[in-house]
Design a protein around this ligand. Sequence first.
Ligand code: SAH
Length: 249
Amino acid sequence: MSGFSATVITLYPEMFPGPLGVSLSGKALSEGAWSLQTAFLRDHAEGRHRSVDDTPAGGGPGMVLRADVLGRAIDAVAPPQDPRPRLLMSPRGAPLTQARVRELAAGPGVVIVCGRFEGVDERVIEARGLIETSIGDYVLSGGELGAMVLIDAVVRLLPGVMGAAASGDEESFETGLLEYPHYTRPQVWEERGIPEVLVSGDHKRIADWRRAEALALTRERRPELWEAWMREHPPAPDRKRRRRTRPDD
Ligand code: SAH
C-alpha cells in the first residue's frame, strides 16, 4: 500500500488502533492514507516461558525488556533496507516538536518501539540505531500512548487528511507562535460577545488582530517561544528615524 506506514512493536497490540481508529485519523486509516501494523513483542520471545524481560543488571527495581527479543522483533518488521526511521518512545529522548512531526510526515513512515517496565536494554538502542523520542517531561507506564500521540500528530498532516478545512499553517507552533483565540455562533453567550473586529468583515483588521493576540498569548504563556520569534522577526526599523540618522539612505 502506498502512503505513510506505521509499525508499532508492543507488548499490548490490543491497544491499537484504539483512538487512532476514530475521527480524522480513523477515516484516513480506512481510506488508506496511512497504514498501521502492530508487532506483538511476545511472538519474538523464545523458551518455555517466552519471557520478554528480565531483572536489571546491577540490581534495582523493576524489569528491563531484553535486547535479543527486541532485536528479533525489529528485524522481523524492519529489515536493514527498510527506509523508515526507527524510534523508541522514551522519556530520555528528544522532545517531540511540530517541526519533527512535519519531518516524519514527509517521510515513508515510522517503526516505533514501545518500552514498558523500567525500559529497554541499552544495547538494542545502539545496535538498531533507535531514535529515542519523548512526548514530554513526565513518565508514562508504557510507550504505547506516546506512539499514539506521535502518530496522531503526523497523520493529520498527511496530504488530504485535513482536507480543505485547514492547512494547519496558522496553528500553534507552525508559525512559532501559539494560535489566536477562536469564536463561533452564538454571537452572544452568557452575556459575552464576540470581539467586534471578528464580525467587521475587514480582513486586514482581522489578520492584524489575530497576529497581535497570538503574540500576546505567546509572550504571556511561553516566553521562550516569544523570544525566539522576536529574534527571527525583529521589529521593522522606524523609517522616519532611519532617514534622519542616515541621510544618504
Ligand atoms: N525508567 C524509565 C521510565 C520507564 S517508563 C526512566 O526513568 O526513564 C516505561 C516506558 O514508557 C518507557 O520505556 C517508554 O517507552 C515509555 N515512556 C514513559 N514516559 C515517556 C515519555 N515521556 N515519552 C515517551 N515515552 C515514554
